[in-house]
Design a protein around this ligand. Structure first.
Ligand SMILES: NC(=O)C1=CN([C@@H]2O[C@H](COP(=O)(O)OP(=O)(O)OC[C@H]3O[C@@H](n4cnc5c(N)ncnc54)[C@H](OP(=O)(O)O)[C@@H]3O)[C@@H](O)[C@H]2O)C=CC1
Ligand SMILES: CC(=O)C(=O)O
Ligand SMILES: [Mg+2]
Length: 753
């Protein structure tokens, strides 16, 4: 990956990502409590005998009593791993685990990777068919042509659950969606275009079949493989699937075939297309270079040769990502939800049309920032990005409807509007919002000070931050930062901006500024000099104050309170605001915002009210309707105690201010979070479980946040620091590089204000 193309990460980082913590990318989590002997008796023997008998009596109830209905097998034998070729079943496992997590991330489909060590189609057919009881669907992946055609066909015939070879049909659907829009933009009719398809394998044949089904005449498509053009009469390297697409043509090479062509579809290998070859294509050529991980031609090369081209690739780091990730999660979601027996042509076409139509719609405000400049339909936005949360609402619904209309749905959906709502709710909005924050940072990269530039974890974060395109890291550290960067695999460390107080020309201005602020707090000019020279948090914060950067992150080398003290010597709170900290607990389907977990030891009523307002605003920015609970050991005065007055006054302050969110208090955590307990208080003004928890003091807040981080299964974001005049985030000392990147993105993206 390194330095070969538009790099997003180094090889070292890719390996570190996969090996760190629990090796690989998936684990299994029980969906039922497993705490007591009784739980175990129900989960296993003897309780489990009851659903066993029920399923034996009525097989359809397997969907009610087991995970089958939401479980997809991702099956490969590793014979066509991306564009890397036949590297074997075991080597395909990272890709298949990757597909499994994409299923989960984008469409809440549970999925298990299965690598089969065989190149014998019959052995694979038998193995997969025998697994039918386990799964609700089968996604075949990275199995090379022509075996993949035989395997898929046989499994579709033998199995009564949806089977789809993703490299064929997932890719064809997305390619078709992109093509519909590229034709639309260039005013072409699909019946008139001349297309060259490079590659004659799984993906290429399926794309060609779909575009021919959509109206491109057979004679207007020329397919090439490694031997060159597949022409009528060719005998070398042929099979029945290639023969079906043999063209009547005198062209023998890709270059010859491309003369005057309107469209190039690459489903072959990296670098197969050269700039010279596209020079003679028709005006406004459409170039889809879809080989992974590196395309047939990069967009800059293609554009250099043909500035009038519309270019798409399979990658996320260029505009127009034509990749089956846009399809398979949502297609299976729709198919599983109606218990479809197959994924048929009608469902595929419905998916392609829904995706194409989405790109032509206006992008909502909250999604637009993530798209950057190109978020209205045009040459750099012909297809939605996989992170677009609207896909989950629209594509499964279109697929489910098509399954129902074409008679393969065993469990039709009665209320489509309710189904669409339920699709939206399946994804935790926090996950979407974080993705949008990351994409938004890319769209408007900011300069972010990483104040502890000598720490390895900070440098890793800075590298990820820069290479991910999220912004420009401004490192504070000594000269040896460059050596440390080199040791971490950065080939051009001097491309990083490093500020060192020993030689920074900014130091005199910094000292003056600091002295202005501190002279009446008992500090001498030389005290300020010493602080600027020796203290990287003060130096970093002054970079921010002087406008040399737009945000800052620190905290891994000193305690939170010490880092805060240093930052606060330079940065003030927003006028009239109380700075405070939020920990965000992200569960599978719920998110809770807890505050103030880091700053105010014993907040008074006015501060508690401010903290509630500030936290509710952050929750809203992250896609949630805030429901605020002021937490205590006491619920509405029972038991009574001395600590309750502040909380009650805070509620009264919110009453007086007429805020536009739900709030209630004081109450114990179980009342706030558990609807069954909340029922005992029918007068409560919360319409559902609280998602913003305002803690009575720093002791309980900080303890709870740390306990949850150490013991909880949910992931914890933060602490997020809110309320300073400049975005500064103070991480905890144990932060990982990716946690630092998240904080840097939140700081730069204006979520934590
Ligand atoms: N963007 C996306 O969503 C997707 C992209 N792809 C990409 O498509 C490519 C093919 O995958 P898949 O169909 O599954 O694999 P297959 O192994 O089934 O097919 C590969 C095909 O590519 C041809 N090929 C390889 N190198 C060249 C070359 N230099 N010039 C012309 N043809 C070449 C092979 O030719 P021959 O028949 O002569 O061996 C073969 O026909 C991969 O790069 C993959 O990453 C695949 C699926 C989805
Ligand atoms: C994206 C994909 O499935 C491939 O490149 O094989
Ligand atoms: Mg694939």
């Amino acid at each position: 990956m390194s330095d070969k193309s538009n790099v997003e990460f180094s090889e070292r980082e890719a390996l570190f990502f996969h090996s760190t913590g629990r090796p690989g990318k998936i684990e299994i989590i029980a969906s039922k409590p497993m705490a007591t002997q009784r739980d175990l008796s129900l989960a296993y023997s003897p309780g489990v005998a009851v659903p066993v008998q029920a399923i034996a009596d009525d097989p359809a109830t397997a969907y009610d009593y087991t995970a089958k209905g939401n479980l997809v097998a991702v099956v490969s034998n590793g014979t066509a791993i991306l564009g890397m070729g036949n590297l074997g079943a075991l080597a395909s496992k990272p890709v298949m685990e990757g597909k499994a997590v994409l299923f989960k991330r984008f469409a809440d489909v549970d999925s298990i990777d299965i690598e089969l060590d065989s190149e014998d189609p019959q052995a694979i057919i038998d193995a997969v068919a025998l697994m039918e009881p386990t799964f609700g669907g089968v996604n075949l992946e990275d199995i090379k042509a022509p075996e993949c055609f035989i395997i898929e066909q046989a499994l579709k015939e033998r199995m009564n659950i949806p089977v789809m070879h993703d490299d064929q049909h997932g890719t064809a659907i997305i390619c078709a969606a992109g093509l519909i829009n590229a034709l639309h933009l260039t005013g072409r009719d699909i019946r008139d275009v001349k297309i060259v398809v490079n590659g004659a394998g799984a993906a290429a044949i399926a794309c060609t079949e779909l575009i021919k089904a959509m109206g491109v005449p057979h004679d207007q498509v020329i397919m090439c493989d490694r031997t060159g053009v597949i022409y009528q009469g060719r005998t070398a390297g042929m099979d029945q699937w290639k023969s079906a697409h043999a063209a009547k043509t005198d062209a023998r090479t890709l270059e010859e075939a491309l003369k005057g062509a309107d469209i190039f579809l690459g489903l072959s290998a990296a670098g197969a297309l050269k700039g010279d070859m596209v020079k003679d294509m028709a005006p406004q050529p459409i170039i889809f270079a879809m080989a992974n991980p590196n395309p047939e031609i990069t967009p800059p090369e293609a554009k250099a040769a043909r500035p009038d081209a519309i270019v798409a690739t399979g990658r996320s780091d260029y505009p127009n990502q034509v990749n089956n990730v846009l399809g398979f999660p949502f297609i299976f979601r729709g198919a599983l939800d109606v218990r479809a027996t197959a994924i048929n042509e009608a469902m595929k076409i419905a998916a392609a049309q829904a995706i194409a139509a989405l790109a032509r719609q206006a992008v909502p405000e909250e999604v637009a920032k993530a798209y950057g400049k190109s978020h209205s339909f045009g040459v750099d936005y012909i297809i939605p990005a996989p992170f677009d949360p609207r896909l989950m609402e629209i594509v499964p619904a279109a697929v489910a409807q098509a399954a129902m209309d074409s008679g393969v749905a065993q469990k039709p959906i009665a209320d489509m509007a309710a189904y669409r709502q339920s699709l939206k709710a399946r994804l935790n909005p926090t996950t979407s919002v974080l993705t949008l924050a990351y994409e938004g940072a890319k769209a408007e990269p900011k300069r972010v000070v990483f104040a502890e530039g000598e720490e390895e974890v900070v440098l890793r974060a800075a590298i990820q931050f820069r290479d991910g395109g999220y912004g420009i890291p401004v490192l504070v550290g000594r000269q040896d930062v460059y050596d440390r960067l080199r040791a971490l695999g950065v080939s051009d460390p001097h491309s990083f901006e490093v500020h060192n107080s020993v030689n920074s020309p900014l130091v005199p201005r910094m000292v003056d500024l600091l002295y202005q602020r501190l002279q009446r707090r008992g500090y001498l000019h030389r005290d300020c000099e010493r602080m600027v020279n020796r203290d990287r948090n003060i130096f970093g914060a002054l970079l921010l104050k002087l406008g040399e950067a737009e945000a800052m992150i620190s905290g891994v080398t000193r305690t939170y309170s010490q880092t805060m003290r240093e930052v606060r010597r330079v940065i003030d709170p927003i006028e009239g605001r109380t700075p405070f900290g939020i920990h965000v607990l992200v569960g599978r389907s719920h998110t809770v915002f807890m505050a103030d977990t880091t700053v105010n030891e014993r907040p008074g009523a006015a501060e508690l009210a401010d903290i509630a307002i500030g936290t509710a605003a952050v929750a809203r920015r992250m896609g949630h309707d805030p429901r605020v609970a002021f937490l205590s050991y006491s619920t509405f005065g029972n038991p009574s105690g001395n600590w309750l007055t502040n909380l009650r006054e805070a509620v009264a302050i919110l009453d007086a201010r007429g805020v536009d969110f739900e709030y209630e208090g004081e109450m114990a955590p179980d009342v706030a979070l558990n609807p069954a307990v909340m029922k005992n208080y029918p007068f409560s003004r919360l319409s559902g479980p609280a998602n913003v928890l305002i803690m009575p003091g720093l002791q309980s807040a900080n303890l709870s946040a740390k306990l949850l981080r150490e013991l909880g299964g949910d992931s914890v974001i933060g602490p997020m620091l809110v309320g300073l005049e400049k975005p500064v985030q103070v991480a905890t000392m144990a932060s990982t590089a990716s946690e630092l990147v998240t904080l840097a993105v939140l700081a730069a993206g204006g979520i934590a204000l």
